[in-house]
Design a protein around this ligand. Structure first.
Ligand code: UDP
Ligand code: MG
Length: 343
């Protein structure tokens, strides 16, 4: 059997500081795996530029001219890590037997990709990279991330604990993933839904090689809220439960108040009144907020907007006749724009 063609998909957003080193390490890894006949010599790295404002694309493009292993996909604008990753997976799946996704900052241990390949050769369609510990994460990141996993579990969402988006998927798993047409695609929740045989490989998470996190608190919170509301209706059920509870409590209190009134002990009652107004008002606003969140999701889904738009794709351009793609010395490649093609 031929060694499988592996494509490693790397979403990049303003990663100029770390990219050259990442490319070097990943290229070396591909060479090693190829030497050990674990992957085909046609295996590739696909860097997805998620609308970066710095030199990210020009680094990807230039390196691609020097090394045919390096391919690039430039998105028309920033669409976020999850969508950028999908764009890469979908672009590369046609020519790959299996695909690995990994962050550009190499916080995830690339040497375990070898174990991913071993599991793949044993017949697993999905291999999850799972962090053993979070020694290098800040106290804040560690605790917010862990509460997120716990919250999701509480909400009944099936997540692989401590697994981010470092995973291997076979081509048919990615094809199945493509059939999930939702606009709010939360990969960590959807991949387990795809099914197929899966396994996990454990590793230690490192610090970012260079640059800073592209996930500030604001993005993290919105990611968490998206994850919860696109996968679980528990919050809405919870709200209904609170609604029922307060209804019964108010019945009880109503009885009590009537008793007080008829036994002539009525009080001015301002405190309890104002307290309940605030309490109920608050609860109603929370409830409305949650319901609004779901309605917003329905609104977005109903528009069926594309999750990403590809600007330039050097991956598929290079595949049919690899050699003819290789530029001659001094030649400048014309930007390839799939959108402008009529077919
Ligand atoms: N990223 C992206 N688009 C974005 C934000 C981030 O493609 O809008 C990429 C980023 O370049 C990196 C990965 O997503 O490769 C994870 O981001 P980061 O390492 O900053 O997140 P953290 O590890 O701090 O959660
Ligand atoms: Mg990171």
């Amino acid at each position: 059997m031929n060694a499988p063609l592996l494509t490693i998909v790397v979403p990049c957003y303003n990663e100029e500081e770390v990219l050259p080193e990442t490319m070097k390490q990943l290229c070396a890894l591909l060479d090693e795996l190829n030497t050990d006949n674990l992957i085909s010599e046609k295996s590739k790295l696909l860097f997805v530029d998620d609308g970066s404002k710095d030199q990210t694309w020009s680094i990807i493009y230039k390196k691609g001219l020097e090394d045919t292993k390096i391919k690039g996909l430039k998105l028309a604008r920033n669409v976020g890590h999850q969508n950028a990753l999908l764009a890469g997976l979908f672009a590369a799946k046609r020519h790959s037997d299996c695909l690995v996704s990994i962050d550009a900052d190499l916080q995830d241990d690339i040497t375990v990709i070898r174990e991913f390949m071993n599991s793949y050769s044993k017949g697993f369609d999905v291999v999850y990279g799972v962090r053993k510990e979070r020694k290098t994460d800040t106290f804040f990141k560690k605790h917010t991330a862990q509460s997120f996993y716990k919250l999701m579990q509480f909400m009944g969402v099936n997540l692989v604990y401590n697994h981010a988006d470092f995973r291997l998927m076979s081509r048919r798993a990615v094809e199945a993933l493509e059939q999930f047409n939702e606009s709010n695609l939360f990969l960590r929740g959807v991949v387990p839904l795809v099914g197929f045989q899966s396994t996990s490989v454990f590793y230690d998470r490192k610090e970012r090689l260079a640059g800073e996190t592209k996930y500030p608190l604001r993005k993290m919170l919105s990611f968490a809220l998206d994850g919860v509301t696109s996968f679980s209706v528990t919050p809405i059920r919870f709200i209904s439960l609170i609604g029922f509870l307060s209804f019964f409590v108010s019945l009880l209190f109503g009885g009590y108040f009537f008793y007080l009134k008829f036994s002539g002990q009525t009080q001015t009652g301002w405190t309890s009144l104002i307290a309940s107004i605030w309490l109920i008002g608050g609860l109603q606003l929370i409830a409305l907020g949650f319901i609004g969140e779901y309605i917003g999701k329905i609104y977005k889904e109903s528009k069926r907007r594309p999750k990403f738009v590809v600007d330039i794709d050097t991956y598929n351009l290079g595949f049919p006749e690899e050699e003819s793609f290789a530029p001659k010395e001094g030649e400048i490649l014309i930007d390839y724009n799939p959108l402008s093609e009529t077919n």
